[in-house]
Design a protein around this ligand. Structure first.
Ligand code: G3P
Length: 218
């Protein structure tokens, strides 16, 4: 399973990349707004750090405008993936961009039927938002399960990015279902390495190591 980081924060991206386990990045308008920086400078900086797919959202609503925006964004780097919300106009744009070999990530997916349509349009990726479904008492991971079943039934190549991740269990469940990618906030990446028994175990090893006789000056 590929791991993406879900952020536009440059320090978080640098820190996560230094771990050597991150394969790409997803951003959205809210994450970019949180940085307080100018859009172009954030994207350019991300492109200078990240070697892998970088999802950037197109904000236009009409087909022609989405295509225009996608073309502009694609010029920034070969790694840019155009994130497009699932709407009728968005689907049409995804179809056109797939014919132009411009990668797309169809976002704000909340049902398997939406994911099927996105795949039919030629989406490179779909992003079901798990946490937001959990927030309204729907089991977000059930949607991922059904999307994967449908894609397997028809040998669909669109990759599933599990998004809107809130905790390490979401990553575990995504991996058990065989999701292609999970995009993870920095805070949750940090949680993933942690286990209280690891901390206790390290502490005990250090204490015991002090009891081991050692060569003088060694
Ligand atoms: O990148 C989109 C997604 O991961 C947003 O997550 O936490 O705002 O629901 P969240």
């Amino acid at each position: 399973m590929k791991l993406f980081i879900d952020t536009a924060d440059i320090d978080e991206i640098k820190e996560a990349y230094s771990l050597g386990i991150i394969d790409g990045i997803t951003t959205n308008p809210s994450l970019i707004a949180k940085t307080g920086k100018n859009f172009e400078s954030v994207i350019n900086e991300i492109c200078s750090i990240v070697d892998g797919p970088i999802s950037v959202e197109a904000l236009s609503k009409e087909y022609n405008d989405i295509i225009e925006e996608a073309h502009q964004l694609s010029k920034i780097s070969k790694n840019i993936v155009i994130k497009i919300p699932i709407t009728d106009q968005g689907l049409k744009a995804v179809k056109r961009l797939s014919q132009e070999d411009i990668p797309t990530n169809v976002t704000l997916i909340f049902s398997p039927a939406q994911a099927l349509l996105a795949a039919k349009a030629g989406a490179t990726y779909v992003s079901p938002f798990i946490g937001r479904l959990d927030d309204i008492s729907h089991i977000g991971m059930d949607v991922v399960d059904q999307i994967i079943t449908i894609y397997n039934n028809y040998d669909i190549q669109t990759e599933v990015i599990v998004a809107s991740v809130r905790n390490p269990l979401h990553i575990l469940d995504a991996a058990l279902l065989g999701a292609d990618i999970v995009t993870i906030p920095f805070r949750v990446i940090q949680q993933l390495t942690k286990h209280p028994l690891t901390d206790i175990g390290m502490e005990r090893f250090l204490v015991d190591w002090e009891k081991v006789p050692k060569k003088k000056g060694g």
